[in-house]
Write a protein that binds this ligand. Structure first.
Ligand code: PDD
Length: 281
């Protein structure tokens, strides 16, 4: 696989980053995941805009322009002959050559940028979309700026492991009794045809797929309510689903052992997935 590191395209085994890079020492970095279907990047503009916001919030410089970033994405897709899969992009605050809590002077220490691709043949047609996934709930003990897409993914990884150990697919995180989001996706329920998902704020990531799906839902005259919901409300919902760049729209059929609706993908989730797969390509 050919990857991109700080201006160079290299075979992955030749790509190098300093052990003093703050991404490695302090999780001081941000990332984006953009899906690719039939060779086309889904909503690159949305991911680029969120990247710029994450960088601004953390006072971090972007080493390339958004036009260059798009060109790098396309070059990697071509070099690796990716038609279905994703592009991972990470920018970290670089290496001052020592460990120090204070940020280095950006004029002296450039940030590091890394991109790589992952091929996922058949990504659009995953069998899970037909059966739905099962989730457990776990306490949300992440930091308070979840709207910034940082590489601090230890707790979401632990949540995923708790789910695996419980024999299910993923975990929804809960704070003060309300669902925030999934380990790597936004969470939704459907009640009497109304789509309910948590309002934007610092408690959740502002999903690019979420924005697109809510726009498509409103265009299709479906009712949307952006507000918090409890685990109990979710268990009694007619349907549940998640969205993310990698899962698109994915039905949820079980929460903490409680069957949602008929225990099969609900009609709203199925319709939204169809619309999203049609419209975003
Ligand atoms: N995760 N919430 C969290 C905590 C996420 O990590 C993600 C994305 C989302 C959905 O955002 P979007 O629709 O922009 O992908 C919500 C990516 C896919 C990942 O970490 O792999």
């Amino acid at each position: 696989r050919i990857v991109y590191v700080n201006g160079s395209y290299l075979p992955e085994e030749d790509a190098k980053i300093s052990i003093f890079d703050r991404g490695f020492l302090m999780a001081d970095g941000v990332y984006e995941v953009t899906s690719v279907l039939d060779g086309k990047l889904l909503d690159f503009a949305g991911h680029a805009a969120r990247l710029e916001r994450s960088l601004t919030e953390l006072d971090m410089a972007c080493p390339v322009t958004m036009e260059e970033l798009l060109a790098i994405h396309r070059e990697l897709l071509e070099k690796n002959a990716i038609t279905d899969g994703m592009v991972y992009l990470q920018i970290t605050r670089g290496s001052a050559g020592d460990r120090d809590f204070a940020f280095p002077d950006p004029a002296k220490v450039p940030s590091s940028i890394v991109l790589f691709t992952q091929a996922k043949p058949g990504l659009a047609d995953t069998p899970a979309a037909r059966t739905g996934i099962r989730v457990i709930t776990v306490p949300d003990i992440r930091w308070g700026r979840r709207d910034i897409k940082t590489v601090q993914l230890l707790y979401p990884s632990m949540g995923k492991m708790m789910a695996k150990k419980a024999g299910v697919d993923d975990a929804w995180m809960v704070e003060d009794g309300f669902v925030t989001e999934g380990t790597s996706n936004n969470a939704y329920i459907v009640k009497g045809n109304k789509i309910i998902t948590r309002h934007l704020g610092t408690e959740i990531l502002h999903g690019i797929t979420r924005a697109a799906v809510l726009r498509f839902a409103r265009e299709a005259q479906m009712e949307v309510e952006e507000r918090s919901f409890t685990v109990d409300e979710a268990k009694e919902a007619d349907e549940a689903f998640i969205t993310s760049a990698s899962a698109f729209v994915m039905p949820v059929v079980e929460i903490d052992g409680a069957t949602i609706g008929a225990g099969a993908p609900g009609k709203v989730a199925v319709r939204l997935r169809e619309i999203y797969m049609d419209e975003s390509r």
